[in-house]
Ligand binder design. Sequence first.
Ligand SMILES: [Zn+2]
Length: 565
Amino acid sequence: MQTFANYTYERPNIPKVKEDFYQKLVQFQNAASLDAAIDAIDELNAIRNHLSTMYNLVFIRASIDTRDEFYHNERDFFDEHLPEIQELDTAFYKELLKSSFEAQLRNKYGSQLFDLAECQIKAFSKEIIPLLQTENKLTSAYSKLIASADINFRGESYTLAQLGPFSEDPDRETRKEALEARQSFFAENKEKLDSIYDDLVKTRQQIAEKLGYKNFVEVGYLRMQRIDYNAEMVERFRRQVEEVIVPIATKLYEKQAKRIGVDSLKFYDESFAFSSGNATPKGTPEWIIENGKQMYDELSEETSEFFQYMLDRELLDLEAKKGKESGGYCTYIEDYQSPFIFSNFNGTSGDIDVLTHEAGHAFQVYSSRHFSVPEYYFPTSESAEIHSMSMEFFAYPWMETFFKEEVEKYKYAHISDAIQFLPYGVAVDEFQHLVYENPGWTPEERNQAWRNLEKKYLPHRNYDGIESLESGAFWQKQGHIYEDPFYYIDYTLAQVCAFQFLKKSQENRGKAWQDYIDLCKLGGSKPFLELVQSADLQSPFEEGTVEAAVSFIEDWLENIDDQKL
Ligand SMILES: [Zn+2]
């Protein structure tokens, strides 16, 4: 059996690939029968899959070892040619929508492929290429600035990521000073951060106008491929979060203050959940993986087969090691039908979340590998997070294996975090609606808007006089706002769906699991609300869904004596 190390990479000959591609595209245009059209689509997809396979191999291997010069050169090569590769997709989509067999093809593949194609076409025109290049330059300027942070804290220098663990330090003074050190970076770079975002908003407004839209909101939704919901529905969802979740979250923060023994919870206390420290896995990385295998063996036949597949082909790179990039992700290597999971185990409960969350993504794409349409391997992002976040819950019965006597503490923290994230998540979304609806705002007006949203969604928040935070600049640390506009509500929509799976799994585990498996097999073949419906879940946009999804969680949290955790 071939393992990941033996998956072959060869740099694609781009001019030759393009020539082949356009030749097949002509075959598709001239197809005399439906079968001929389908054959041409299959061949076009084979070319697209192969390109994507080469890209993924480069991306994965470069992230596993940042010192590997070969794969770094290859990554630069792809970065340079990505626009040309994307042009191939657009060319294909245009022909697809014009095809004389469109009705029959819709019948065969479903409408989703055509709707996705339309989103891409509506969000692009040759005229906006220079503006897209400007946008790219600005987002890279942001990520470079953030990565360049070299923060002096108690005589040592740290990156923003390296400062992270101090937010959980048992010593309150340490937490406070670390936060002040972090914010000094944002205060010193205020002008740069403001001007990058100001330019981004103006550039995106121009993109929208050139494409014929009033403002960038619609373009943002098209880029996120939101096919069956709109900004008004999202607004109604945010209101449910405000009414139902904010009071629960506020109560959780009050209990936390009592638990850690402070009179009033300050922002630098928020990540310090328990005086005794957070729950940690009770073993080495190898032990975690072994127990993970046992968990997936016991969970179901499907997950057992899936996890064995990942192990046999060595498709998991989980341990932190020298030269490895930070973070975690799951991707899919098309030609080898192989999901791949990348992470950096660090001895925290996050290691187990990788094993459930990223494995949830991987299990979904593994279950969808039967599709002939590459667009259907993964669903759009709000749907994709349902699989990963729900797997975290389906794995609950095995958490005792990993956390032993701290299992209750783990679950309490896991669920509280999920609840507390929702108000922040919708605030980030509302902020972006406001910003792009008011492209003429000054940086000060934007900060004021953010501060107002914090008062609405995070009323407990107390910055203890730290100037840049009091003035409303917190949002500047949220990369999505700069780099992926409107990509955020997705996490909150998916979380509400995952809560429903948790509830269903407690009422009837067999049915809940079957619904989950069926959902994984549907991949991205349908838009969000159809997937939700097919999994027998309630739409998060429907009045009452949020409350129904969390009332049992509220009871569960009430009945736990958290002061003893
Ligand atoms: Zn995810």
